[in-house]
Each structure stands twice: as structure tokens, then as C-alpha cells.
Design a protein around this ligand. Structure first.
Ligand SMILES: N[C@@H](CCC(=O)N[C@@H](CS)C(=O)NCC(=O)O)C(=O)O
Length: 460
């Protein structure tokens, strides 16, 4: 196996990227890289994910959790995994292990919806669910019905009429208050001080509630519907309030019970499969909300989250842990495995990824959507596809074997302004979405390795 791989790696690839960029193409072929992924996977005891029965994975379209029979539930959720209401229902299904099939639908801010969907749901809103063929909309209603329809699954709500249930209901109202205070501060530039005070007071109340039941979850030691309902918003709050207001919600011990709650959530595979990262959230929120208002104090956080601080998306990457800046991440990282995961995704989907990245040196197209990082009508720079392909094979090889071993030789050491490979790598780097494309630690590796290619080609 190793012998045949070595042969493949040694075969020079004939196409030349040097005419349009500053490097010659001696990167391994995709076939050789695929073999390398398998070799590394075997060494690290890593396997391609089992989408139907394995841990929560955004790529899955059918989940049976090892149970027989036809799933009674069909979930419609958004394609990019940006919608917080979809995340709640998704997380509930995963936590309860209710078998379901899935259809991904675009949100208006990044694409069109299929006519079959708007015929079913004229408002076009997501999420929606079919239970035994009957359509249900509104996330709270969907979640209530799921609790009732699957009494044999782990209940996420205390029984009706109990004190615990009253507390759960009151905490759900607190979640809506937090949502409203968060949006008031996030989306308006006026009333900054008053909005901030209101937000902090409500966060104090949330933190106190998390302490009252002894934690780590809202109702005590077990996860409940309250955690599922809070999770999408607390995740978005931590990201957006840092990025737009320069205010740290998580990781500095300001709200200790909340820090503990984040860590307890991040110990759950179901949550981790749905969890996004700060970069994705801060760019997916404005098109959904119609804009977010930033303040000058946020400049450092903006640079760090956007990977423009010279550190957060550059090799060697700073360690990832529960106090990392800008983004705490309590499960930590496994850099070798994270790089393998990123490489496996790039290699496994390389034809589509090359064409997608080459939009960076292609034509932007008309703009029917509002999300800045989405341009569904863009077309790739066809002339440069081979060079972009070569650049991304170097990235995959560097992810698998390290940048030193990748053998990238930059020809003339000069800057090539407007280099189409650089433009394509930047385009792809800024559009790696979490969790849609990769989990956060692997996405960070891919972004940093794309930056390594960019820096190398730019001669810096
Ligand atoms: N109250 C609804 C709100 C759902 C909602 O606002 N969904 C947004 C996405 S977060 C939506 O589908 N918007 C239409 C679109 O963006 O296409 C629920 O809880 O399900």
C-alpha cells in the first residue's frame, strides 16, 4: 500500500501553474491525496463518518440511529445551518435520537427556495416538519409535538403541572427576553449604554438561574428542552456581542455558570454537530437581521474573528482551549486529526471545491441575495481552473504531511498582483462555514493552510 502510494506521490503532474501564478505544479494528484487520506486515517484510527448512525453530522440527510423502520419525521432546515430555529429542532431530534429524514432549503438571503417548498409553506419560513406526512411549522410547536409524539424517547420536559415544569416554562420566557435584549443592543447604534445595561441585567438573570439548579444545565444535572432552546441564541450572543460591541460574554469568568454551561454543552456530540463558530455567526447574522451595529472598541475582536490579526488564522495556530481568544472552545483540538478531517473533506469533494474557489477569479454575477459571503450566480474563472486545482492540491498535501513536506516551490519570489490562485484561495477561505463544511478546529486548520498558500504565493 505504502509503496504504491509513494509511486503516485512521485509522479509529476504535467500541468503547469507557473504561467499564471508563481509556482510550478508538482503537487500530488487528487488520487494520490485520497490514498494518503486513507493511510493517515488508518494510522490515526479515524474513519469516514457514518452519516446515518454515527455522531451528529451536518452532511447527513437520513438519521436512523440504528433503529429499524421508516422514519416518521421529515425535517426541513436551512442549507447553510445558519437558522437558530432550525438548530433547536435539529438538536432536539438528535438528543432524543428520533429517526428522521432531512431536506435542506435555502434561506432567502443566500438562494432560492424550491417551488415544492413554498407550495407547502407559503411563507417560506424554516424550520418545518412533516410527522407521518402532516406538515407542522413554527419551531416551538414542532418541538412540543415531537415531545408528545415520541413518549418512549428521553423526555426533555418535566411532567405538566409540576413545579419543575413551571420553572422550565418561566425559563423559556427568560430566553425570549434575552433574545429581545440582545437584538436591541446588537442591531441599533442609538441607546448604546441603556441597551448594554438591559442586556447585562438579563444575562445576570440567566447566569443566576443556571446557578440556582446547581448546574451545569438550566434544570440541573440533565439536559432539558430549556438548554436546547437557549443554545442557538447563547452561541450567537457570545459571537456577535464580542464582534460588534467588543464585549466578552464567554471565557473571562464574567458569568461563571454560563461558562460552565457552554462547557457542558460542548461535551455533547449532538450539540457539537450543530455548533457553529464565531466567524460564521458574525457574518450570517447581518443578512438575517438586516444589519448589526458595531462600535470602535470592537476593532481587536473584529480583526481576530476575521483572521486579520496576523495570528488567529495563521500557522502555527495558537492552541484552542476554554480560554482561547477570540473563541473559547472547551473540547480543545487534536491538530493532526483536525488537519486530516479538513483534508478528507477537500480531497473528497475536490471537483466542486475547485470550481467554487475559482469564482474568486471568475465573474461575480448579478446579486439576487443579500448575504455578502454568498453569490450563487457567480461563475468560476474557467481559464484558471488547472492552476487553482494545483494550489488546492498543495493545500491538501500540506494539511496531510505538513507545509515543509508539501514541496511548494514558489518560482520567481516576486509578487503576482491579482494572482488568480491567491484570489481563489482567499475566496474559499472566507467561505468555509461551520458546521456546514467542517467542525471549528478543522475549519480553522483549512483557513490557516489556505493562508499559508496565499502568503507563499504573495512572497511574504
Ligand atoms: N417563529 C418562527 C421563526 C422562524 C424564522 O424566522 N425563520 C427564518 C430563518 S431564522 C426564515 O425561515 N426566514 C426566511 C428565509 O430566510 O428564507 C419559528 O420559530 O419557527
Amino acid at each position: 500500500m505504502l509503496g504504491s502510494l509513494q509511486n503516485l506521490l512521485n509522479q509529476p503532474n504535467t500541468q503547469q501553474a507557473s504561467e499564471i501564478s508563481s509556482f510550478a505544479d508538482s503537487a500530488p494528484s487528487w488520487e494520490a491525496l485520497q490514498q494518503l487520506v486513507e493511510e493517515k486515517g488508518a494510522q490515526l484510527k479515524w474513519q469516514h463518518p457514518d452519516l446515518e448512525n454515527g455522531p451528529t453530522n451536518p452532511l447527513a440527510l437520513r438519521r436512523t440511529f440504528g433503529q429499524s423502520g421508516t422514519p416518521r419525521v421529515k425535517l426541513y432546515r436551512d442549507h447553510a445551518a445558519w437558522c437558530p430555529y432550525c438548530q433547536k429542532v435539529w438538536l432536539q431530534l438528535e438528543e432524543k435520537q428520533i429517526p428522521y429524514t432531512l431536506e435542506k432549503i435555502n434561506m432567502r438571503c443566500y438562494g432560492d427556495k424550491p417551488r415544492e417548498y413554498t407550495a407547502k409553506v407559503p411563507s417560506g419560513l424554516l424550520p418545518a416538519m412533516e410527522l407521518d406526512g402532516k406538515l407542522i411549522v413554527e419551531s416551538a410547536e414542532i418541538m412540543r409535538i415531537l415531545e408528545e409524539a415520541f413518549p418512549d424517547k428521553k423526555p426533555l420536559l418535566p411532567p405538566k403541572g409540576t413545579k419543575e415544569r413551571q420553572r422550565a416554562d418561566s425559563l423559556m420566557r427568560l430566553e425570549r427576553r434575552l433574545f429581545s435584549d440582545w437584538l436591541s443592543w446588537l442591531t441599533t447604534s442609538w441607546g448604546h449604554d441603556a441597551n448594554k445595561r438591559e442586556f447585562i441585567a438579563t444575562m445576570d438573570a440567566v447566569d443566576m438561574e443556571l446557578g440556582d439548579a446547581g448546574g451545569p444545565f438550566f434544570l440541573g444535572p440533565e439536559l432539558s428542552m430549556v438548554d436546547v432552546v437557549f443554545a442557538p441564541f447563547l452561541e450567537r450572543i457570545a459571537a456577535s456581542i464580542l464582534y460588534y460591541k467588543g464585549f466578552t460574554v464567554r471565557g473571562e469568568g464574567r458569568w461563571k455558570n454560563l461558562d460552565r454551561w457552554f462547557e457542558a454543552m460542548e461535551a455533547r456530540p449532538a450539540y457539537m454537530g450543530t455548533r457553529s463558530d464565531y466567524f460564521t455567526h458574525v457574518h450570517d447574522l447581518p443578512p438575517q437581521l438586516g444589519g448589526c451595529a458595531s462600535v470602535p472598541e470592537a476593532a481587536d475582536a473584529i480583526a481576530a474573528i476575521d483572521g486579520e490579526d496576523g495570528t488567529s488564522w495563521q500557522l502555527p495556530l495558537p492552541p484552542l482551549n476554554s480560554t482561547s481568544f477570540p473563541e473559547p472552545y472547551s473540547p480543545g483540538e487534536n491538530p493532526v486529526l483536525d488537519r486530516l478531517r479538513a483534508a478528507a473533506r477537500l480531497v473528497g469533494n475536490h471537483e466542486a471545491v475547485v470550481r467554487f474557489a475559482a469564482r474568486g477569479c471568475g465573474k461575480p454575477g448579478r446579486r439576487p441575495v443579500s448575504a455578502p459571503l454568498s453569490d450563487p450566480t457567480a461563475t468560476p474563472g474557467e481559464t484558471y481552473l488547472d492552476a487553482v486545482d494545483a494550489g488546492l492540491r498543495y493545500v491538501a498535501h500540506a494539511l496531510l504531511e505538513g507545509v515543509e513536506a508539501s514541496g511548494l516551490q514558489v518560482g520567481d519570489g516576486k509578487k503576482h498582483p491579482g494572482d488568480p490562485v491567491v484570489a481563489s484561495a482567499e475566496y474559499l477561505r472566507d467561505r468555509v462555514g461551520v458546521p456546514r463544511d467542517l467542525p471549528y478546529p478543522a475549519a480553522r486548520q483549512l483557513r490557516a493552510h489556505l493562508n499559508w498558500l496565499i502568503n507563499s504565493l504573495e512572497g511574504c
